[in-house]
Structures are given as C-alpha cells and as structure tokens.
Design a protein around this ligand. Sequence first.
Ligand code: NOJ
Ligand code: CA
Length: 516
Amino acid sequence: MYRNLPAWLYNAVFYEIYPQSFKDSNADGIGDFNGIIEKLDYIKDLGCTAIWLNPCFESPFRDAGYDVSDYYKTAPRYGTNEELKLLFDEVHKRDMHILLDLVPGHTSVDHEWFRQSMKSERNEFSDRYIWTDNIWEEPTGCASIRGISDRDGSCGVNFFSHQPALNYGYYKPDPQKKWQQSVDDDGPQETIKAVKDIMRFWLTMGCDGFRVDMAGSLVKCDEDGKGTIKVWQNIRAFLDAEFPDAVMISEWGEPDKSLQGGFHMDFLLHFGPSHYNDLFRCEAPFFSGNGDVSEFVKKYKESCEKSERKGLICIPSGNHDMDRLSHSIHGDKLKIAFAFLMTMPGVPFIYYGDEIGMRYVEGLTSVEGGYGRTGSRSPMQWDDSLNAGFSNAPKESLYIPQDNAADRPTVKEQLTDSDSLLCEVKRLIAIRQAHTALQSNGEIEFVYAEKDKYPLAYTRTNDTERLLVILNPSDTETMIPFSHALQEKVYEFGDAIREINGKLAAAPCSASIYRF
Ligand code: NOJ
Ligand code: CA
C-alpha cells in the first residue's frame, strides 16, 4: 500500500489558478482573490476538489511573483491577507482544499533580507544567501549577481539573474572555498527556520499546504539530491509535529527523490527525464495521433518502482510554464488526452482554461518575465461579454491580451453544448470520482504501449473493481490482444470497442473504459 496520505488526496482533482488571469472583480484589468471566490462554484461544478494558486505575495513581478519581496503579505493587486483568508474559508465551505505556492529557493532582489545581505557590515542576513567572499570569485554551481552590493562578493542566483539563491549550503563544501557552507552551519539552518516560519504563518491562516517551487534546487552541488532531501525531511518533521495534515507537492520531476524528502506528490515536468513532452508537447505528440508513448511508459514504470509507493506522481494538463495543451492537440483528440489524465494514478492537475481548450496566444510581448510562456497565461474566457467576462476594464488595460479570435472557446458556450470539451472533461472527472480504482492509488498495469503504435491500454484495479482503459487518439482502428472477457462499459467516447477473435479493436479517435 501507499504511504498514508491525507484522505482527501485519494480522489483529489486539482485546478491550477494563475491569479493574474482568472477573474478580475474590480475592473483594474488583473485577476484577484474576490474574482476567484466568485468562480469557486464553477470549479466545484467541474468536479475539481482542490486548487493550486500560483504565488500571490508582494513582489516586483519580474517573474510573475516567483520573485517574492515579502512572504508574509499578499500583493495588493490581488487583495489583502484578510481577503486571501476569506478565499481559504470559501474554499473549505465547499469541501475543497487549497495549496499556496511556496518559493523557498530564492527571493526577489527587493526582499529586505537581500538588502541587508548586500551590506558590507555583518548582520543577521549576511548568510541568508550564497555569497562568495570577493567580487572576483563566482559561486560554484550557479550563476551570480555581481557589482550591485557594498559587500565584496558575488551572490548565487537560482533562476533569473534577479533571483538570489537562498543559502541551504553545499552538499560537500570545498575546504579551499571558505565561503561555502554546509547544510548544518548556522546560515543554512537559519534559512530553514525562516521557511518554516513562513509555512506556519499561512497554514495557521488556513491554507492546506504548498506546491513547492524548484523543490530540488536548495542545496548546491548536490548531484544526487541527498542534501536537499535531508532539508525536506527536516521540514516534513516540523509539519508532522505542528501541521500533520499539510499537503506538499514538489516541482522536482524526480519522484524517487522528492517523495523520500517527505513530499506527498511530485509533478511530471516538461523538462527532466520523464518523457512527459512525448504525450502532448513535441513535434509528434502521442495524443495528436501520430507519436510514440513507449518511452514515456518505460520511464513512468521506472519512476513508480523507484519511488516505492512513498507517494504520488502527478500528471498535469499543463501549467503556466508550458505551451497550452491545445497548441499541439486538437479537436476530439483533446478529449482523449483528458481521458488519459483522468484515468491515470496520482492526482490530476488541470491548468485553468485547458478544460475549454484555451489557445496559446501567439505573438505577445513578454509580460512579467513570461517570455514564451506569456501566451499560455492569457485571461480566462468565461462568456461572450466584454473581455470574455474576465474583466470590466478597457481591453487595452488587461494584464495580458486575450485570444481575439471570433471563435475563441468560452465556458458559457461550452456548458450549453454537451459535445464540448468542457462537458467531456466534466463527465470524465465524474467517472473518476465514481470509481475508486481510477483514483490516486489504484493499481496500474500497462497492457499495450508499443513503440510507435496505437492504442495505449492499461488496467486500473483495486479490491473493489477491475477496469480496462483503452485510448486511441490515432485516425485508424487499432487492435490489441486482451485475454479477459469484457463486462459492462463504464465510459466511452467515439465508437465502441469491438471484440474480434479474442482481440479488441479500438475505433479511431476513441476512449473507452470497461469493467473486466
Ligand atoms: C518554476 C515556476 O513554475 C516558474 O514560473 C518560475 O519562473 C521558476 N520556477 C522560478 O521560480
Ligand atoms: Ca482586479
């Protein structure tokens, strides 16, 4: 059995909200907490049970809020701390849960810790970041910020060059480089304490846990992740003592490591070793009907084995860093992709707008450090009113320009069309909710996942039922051997499965679930 997970994770389906672009309640062109509250019933009605909210803290927004300048204060453009608390309460009233986004690896250069840390005289924050001890030496294992401080030294960065790396030490400090600290030194230990304080603050206010940004990046020159795993084990021990129900999901992409660190779940990511991109985002993605799923399945099986059921592997429809799902998967094939997402183990994550097939908006100028990601962050399309119901602000003052196409998908139009992607996604979530074998920790066995071939077939089973899932996003009928007799149909999109001489034939562009 899987490690004990908070019970609500077993049938959880998450919805990711990029707060800038979800719903603007006060006509300033940018989304906010009250806007999210207005739309909670929509998320609930979709069937989602939980929310991941991207960073909503004070920030100069050079990386859309992943450059925090005050971890304890919400960015005024979204609302006050009290309004965020109201959002937590409204979420809980609906029996849902909400995770905030914790950025433990770096801050903004505008954070007070960094300002103090840049001073030449030693102070409480001198060791909060990774600094070399003279300006001509750069830190090992990361790029650096140089020449903006009175302090004589270069400071390591974690992502963009305005995101100084918080100090969790080096896995094996080089004795020649006195400035490299070990995780057990005071500086890194103080950083860990500071992160716990931040977590304590928001958990006490009522959030249910955190999605953790770049969770694998903390300790430097830590090839196997052992140092970083130790840091997370320490943080998990604190949570177990004070907030045992707090749920943690990592942006790490290597579940064998993150789950050891005490995370309940880890994402498959568009970078790293998972072959996730083979599914939806490469030149020939499997769900476009002309790709290969075998490498993905091989890696997935490996990750499951290596992670020893310590937790869950989560497959997202997309996120704020990737191309929109609908960029390379079109029409009914999007429904087959969702049939996959809603029938895999782990916890599915739906990126806002993917459920209506929102498009990647081409040709946009970068907004808040989005660069190529900006087109996947455009405001939600609710209906046919001004700005697709996102905001009453003049069109020119929207946070990011919207898809201007006359046929842009909207929630309103899709809710009235039972053949729409949105209605299919709702049906699929409902099927997942009705069948425990399809949920987080039901078993999976791959029945058919051959190189360059279709369909993809797997069984999902537990003590109460045995289900066969067959997904054929290709344009031709495909056959697979399956030795059990099929019983009743649980779900079907497209034409039915045919049984021919002991083989099963899956119709072009079809998805089916049968009891067997
Ligand atoms: C990953 C986040 O998802 C991304 O949006 C951000 O730019 C980097 N981490 C840096 O925090
Ligand atoms: Ca607003």
